[in-house]
Design a binder for this molecule. Structure first.
Ligand code: MBD
Ligand code: FE
Length: 300
């Protein structure tokens, strides 16, 4: 069975391109690459041509998520796994692959209808080292672990688990039972991994308006979390969840609003996937709620 190897790229539809350039480059420290296409710009985090494409298309939401497989054989096996699971898919043609800068591409939808792509062979620019949009102490931690993780909207948790487990080959389980202020039942979010990153996808935090709740990005220096925190505060960027440490991946992180009104989580120090399930009633410390309205009104 072929397995996805990383959450490798992300397409975002935005309404305020200039705000996004400032946010990704000056607040988050990423490299902005504008190739003059007019309807999009690229965000670099490492040697890859890009890790994100920011499209000037107005959705203010995730518009596609890219999952990498090792090579051409695995992409063919993925076609078989999608067929066996009864998931409709399209094979990307040469033009689609050129646009995504990959060697091979499949397109489908996950059980909640989230636009999902499977690819092999991203374009890597070893000749152009990552150059952060503003000074950084260290680097984004992507090697072998992809961009980071996302929490996505899922209407049917069992269907979502089945898809990411049986079709994509990911592992995971419920990892928390969390109180929601004012709600009688706990939420039981599911976290799934496909490489040493503790989780590349999670779902089940309650109803969501957008497809995506947050994108987590990890840095390899604690000082970059501190520096980004200072810049977020100086720029009066709304903080939804204050600094704290998660129980599952043991990451020190905080969550702030992006110009599309959903969250980025910025963290350091996560442990690697444990390959054994366990769950937690709360986080290790911190992560107090600050600004509401981002779909993260959880007592962690
Ligand atoms: C995470 O990364 C997260 O976003 C939540 C809600 C809980 C644990 C780890
Ligand atoms: Fe997270």
């Amino acid at each position: 069975m072929a397995q996805v190897t990383e959450f490798g790229y992300l397409g975002l539809g935005v309404s305020d391109v200039d705000a996004w350039k400032h946010f990704a480059g000056q607040v988050a420290g990423m490299e902005i690459l504008d190739e003059g296409e007019g309807d999009r710009f690229y965000v670099r985090m490492d040697y890859h041509h890009h890790r994100m494409v920011i499209h000037n298309s107005g959705e203010d939401d995730m518009i596609y998520m890219g999952w990498r497989v090792a090579g051409p054989n695995e992409l063919v096996e993925m076609e078989q796994q999608l067929s066996e699971a009864g998931v409709a898919y399209e094979v990307g043609d040469a033009e689609d692959c050129r646009e995504r800068r990959v060697l091979g591409l499949l397109r489908c939808k996950d059980p909640a209808g989230n636009p999902t792509e499977i690819y092999h062979g991203p374009e890597v620019w070893t000749h152009q080292p990552f150059h952060p949009g503003r000074a950084m102490h260290g680097k984004f931690l992507t090697a072998g672990e992809g961009i980071g993780h996302c929490i996505l909207r899922q209407d049917d948790i069992h269907a979502a688990y089945k898809f990411y487990n049986e079709v994509f080959g990911m592992r995971g389980s419920v990892e928390y039972k969390l109180k929601v202020p004012g709600a009688p039942v706990a939420v039981e979010p599911v976290f799934m991994h496909c490489n040493p990153r503790d989780h590349s996808i999670a779902f089940g935090v309650g109803p969501m308006e957008k497809r995506i709740n947050h994108l987590m990005i990890e840095v390899d220096s604690l000082d970059d979390v501190g520096l980004t925190h200072d810049i977020v505060r100086e720029n009066k960027v709304p903080v939804a969840i204050q600094l704290g440490k998660h129980a599952n991946d043991q990451m020190l992180s905080f969550y702030f609003g992006n110009p599309s009104g959903w969250l980025w989580e910025y963290g350091w120090g996560a442990r690697k996937s444990t390959y054994q399930s366990e769950y937690y009633p709360r986080d290790t410390f911190g992560h107090a709620m600050e600004e509401g309205g981002f779909g993260m009104d959880l007592e962690m």
